[in-house]
Write a protein that binds this ligand. Structure first.
Ligand code: ATP
Ligand code: LTN
Length: 327
């Protein structure tokens, strides 16, 4: 049995990229592993957040995970900020991580571009808090989307350096990137990944989008001037739509290509929208019902926090001891 762990930011919209890249793999893995899934609210505040919105988004994310099939009896589900050992370990790891390592992070470069000196220290330090998240729980496997690979490599380096210096303390985690769905591309720009921070809402399909919105977004998805529905890496927009089609229907791409022989983009996009909406409907219904009972959601997060604090404190005691601050 492996210790599996991942986390998502409580940003307003969760999109189908988040779902297939991170949430669905966790639902499958909870059957045979020790699963930990948490909401990284302290990562979210590395960029400005409206407090009332943030609170709402934490509850929304919790509801979505439960609606997607995360079972709190099988997966330890909690809120990062409730387990103060995360920030405590991040500080210790700050003191063994090099500036140069963080300066190389492509996500930091992307997110800080054009901001000049107004970039926060938190945004720069984001990967160290992420390493702490992972290393606190003796994590073997971290399922994430492709974009997080570099952060995972840093977490491995940080763990190895610490172990070399202070003795075996941390498990060195493995990254797990699913083959299909690891990188769903933006609908309006298939050159870049689907992202909730994209400039246009047409970039992503939110898990809460209604039928009409899904249809509008699928119809306006950028494709090439080709006429056949055939998977080709070079036809990025279409390849992305075929991937989404396959993920929401469970059908092989070959099967889908066959079904659309002789048909054009119009039919394909309209039917894709139907399949996406049918896939989202039950998740939306469950999430909406869960959101009507905040007390229940908070109780689940409270219970998760208590268990997580216990595990995290055990590891922190070891860390404090090996670095010499435990008297
Ligand atoms: P942003 O793009 O605004 O930085 P995000 O959409 O990447 O945010 P996160 O909360 O940073 O969202 O990511 C949550 C999880 O979803 C991570 O494991 C990430 O790798 C995965 N993920 C994000 N976008 C995609 C995508 N387009 N395809 C597949 N997985 C994705
Ligand atoms: N950086 C990740 C979120 C994240 C995470 C983690 C993922 C924070 N801590 C620990 C896996 C393990 C993101 O933006 N998707």
């Amino acid at each position: 049995m492996a210790n599996v762990l991942t986390a998502l930011q409580p940003s307003g919209v969760l999109h189908i990229g988040n779902y297939f890249g991170a949430i669905e793999p966790m639902v499958q893995l909870q059957e045979t592993n020790t699963n930990r899934l948490f909401i990284v609210d302290y990562h979210a505040i590395t960029v400005p957040q409206d407090p009332a919105e943030l609170r709402k988004n934490i509850l929304f994310a919790t509801a979505i995970y439960l609606a997607a099939g995360i079972d709190p009896k099988k997966t330890l589900l909690f809120q990062q900020s409730r387990v103060s050992q995360h920030t405590e370990l991040a500080w210790v790891l700050n003191c063994t991580t090099h500036m140069g390592e963080l300066e190389r992070m492509t996500q930091f470069k992307d997110k800080s571009r054009g901001k000049g000196e107004a970039v926060t220290v938190g945004l720069f330090d984001y990967p160290v808090l992420m390493a702490a998240d992972i290393l606190l729980y003796d994590t073997h496997v971290v399922p994430v989307g492709e974009d997080q690979k570099q952060h995972l490599e840093l977490a491995r380096d940080v763990a190895e350096r610490f172990n070399n210096r202070f003795g075996e303390t941390f498990v060195v985690p493995e990254v797990k990137i699913r083959e299909q769905g690891a990188r769903i591309m933006g609908l309006d720009n298939p050159e870049n990944k689907m992202s909730k921070s994209a400039a246009s809402e047409k970039n992503y399909i939110s898990l809460m989008d209604d039928e009409a919105t899904v249809l509008k977004k699928c119809k306006s998805a950028v494709t090439d001037s080709g006429t056949t529905i055939a998977y080709d890496e070079a036809r990025k927009g279409l390849a992305n739509l075929l991937t989404i089609y396959s993920l929401v229907t469970g059908k092989e791409i070959k099967e889908i290509e066959k079904a659309y022989e002789g048909k054009g983009y119009g039919d394909f996009k309209t039917e894709l929208a139907g399949h996406v909406s049918a896939f989202l409907k039950p998740i939306q219904a469950k999430a909406t019902a869960l959101l009507n009972d905040e007390t229940h959601l908070i109780k689940i997060l409270d219970e998760g926090a208590t268990k997580a604090q216990e595990l995290a404190e055990k590891k922190m005691q070891r860390v404090r001891s090996v670095i010499g601050v435990q008297l």
